[in-house]
Design a protein around this ligand. Structure first.
Ligand code: ADP
Ligand code: SF4
Ligand code: MG
Length: 349
């Protein structure tokens, strides 16, 4: 075994294999700015078992990317204030220190970003971008790395992979480029894959293909996946569990089926109303969520969703609702007047 791999495996020699793969507890990631402290992630807790997919859903700016990058240790150090715990295979990696995290990148956890053009090197051939990662992390021979890269490209649905190996990113379509970034992310067999809005930059016709590809790879490899999206529709049939984020906090989480059949948080309901449904006539107008997300430097007191919430009562502006488990297993929400439990939307809100 190579020295690099030995270091990495020694670090995980005492790994607890029967616990959850990832446990995040009360993670806070704030940014110091001229305006004050931006509370981008503000006390998130979640658990992910091996081989499961967690959908993280919320509007733009709700903290999804900062959460993913914070877990992976991919944030700039200078203006970040972090606290809380992140345990990976039972071991604490909470400080997000790149020195601790680097041995884990690629081999233990990897990320597929929104825009393949920014994550690929434009002046490097596709083949080299994959073999470089294989040779760096696994220290395999050149021929073996080449064969593995070709097999990987084939497995992510790239036709004529031998020819594509010699091409540059600009010679590929957006969908093909994202397939290449997925191949790179999968190259060293990570146990956890973050897919951060992996189809947002792509043509609508290829979005489903890329999502299906991610799902197929996740299942085949028994890999855990955190699928980040602003669109509840994307995670509907693809995630085992869903966490809904609002203003840096998880406001509702549940197994996917429970979330869709028994959603309780008004924000989750608003997100659901903002996605097109299969049976809708093509001219159906979608309901945008009224109002704007709160200022993360100076959020409203009480429930942060209160200024936009059709169910809000006086209490909501004064007290902070806490994420609390409800009757069904794994279902928790942070709301005083949950949807479907009596309260009706306040007219005109
Ligand atoms: N480096 C940074 N410095 C200051 N604020 C940041 C930084 N990175 C992200 N933010 C802020 O954190 C919030 C959450 O951002 P982000 O996680 O990218 O949202 P999402 O991925 O849900 O769209 C946003 O208000 C964003 O402006
Ligand atoms: S606590 Fe009040 S304002 Fe917040 S989501 Fe529930 S009903 Fe709406
Ligand atoms: Mg984002």
């Amino acid at each position: 075994m190579s020295p690099r791999n030995r270091r990495s495996s020694e670090r995980f020699a005492e790994t607890v294999l029967d616990g959850p793969l990832l446990e995040v507890s009360d993670l806070k990631t704030h940014f110091r700015t001229d305006r004050g402290l931006v509370k981008a992630v503000n006390g998130v807790s979640l658990t992910l078992e091996r081989g499961r997919t967690l959908g993280v859903v919320g509007e733009s700016g709700s903290g999804k990317t900062v959460l993913s990058r914070s877990i992976m240790g991919l944030l700039p150090k200078h203006n970040v204030v972090r606290s809380g715990s992140v345990r990976f295979e039972g071991r604490e990696i909470g400080a997000g220190d790149p020195r601790t995290m680097r041995p884990l990148w690629g081999t233990e956890m990897a990320m597929v970003f929104q825009d393949p053009m920014t994550s690929l090197n434009p002046v490097m051939r596709i083949g080299n971008q994959i073999t470089e990662s294989l040779r760096y992390h696994l220290e395999v021979a050149k021929d073996f790395a080449n064969e593995t890269a070709i097999a990987l490209l084939r497995s992510v649905g790239i036709p004529e992979p031998e020819r594509r190996m010699r091409e540059y990113p600009h010679q590929l379509s957006g969908g093909m480029r994202q397939r290449v970034t997925i191949a790179i992310a999968l190259a060293c067999g990570p146990k956890l894959l973050f897919a951060d809005e992996p189809t947002t930059a792509l043509d609508v016709t290829v979005q489903a293909q890329i999502l299906d590809l991610l799902q197929a790879q996740q299942r085949e490899r028994f890999m855990a996946m955190i699928l980040v999206t602003h669109d509840l529709g994307v995670v509907a049939g693809r995630a085992d569990d869903i966490a809904v984020m609002y203003a840096g906090e998880v406001v509702e989480k549940a197994p996917t089926r429970t979330l869709f059949t028994e959603m309780r948080h008004p924000y989750t309901e608003a997100l659901l109303k903002s996605i097109p449904k299969l049976g809708d006539p093509s001219h159906t107008r979608l309901e945008a969520i009224g109002g704007r997300p709160p200022d993360l430097v100076d959020p409203p007191p009480g429930c942060k969703f209160a200024p936009r919430c059709p169910y809000a009562q006086n209490r909501c502006a004064m007290e902070v609702p806490v994420l609390t488990e409800s009757g069904s297993s794994g279902h928790a929400f942070a709301c005083f007047y949950p949807v479907g439990v009596g309260a009706a939307p306040v007219a005109g809100a």
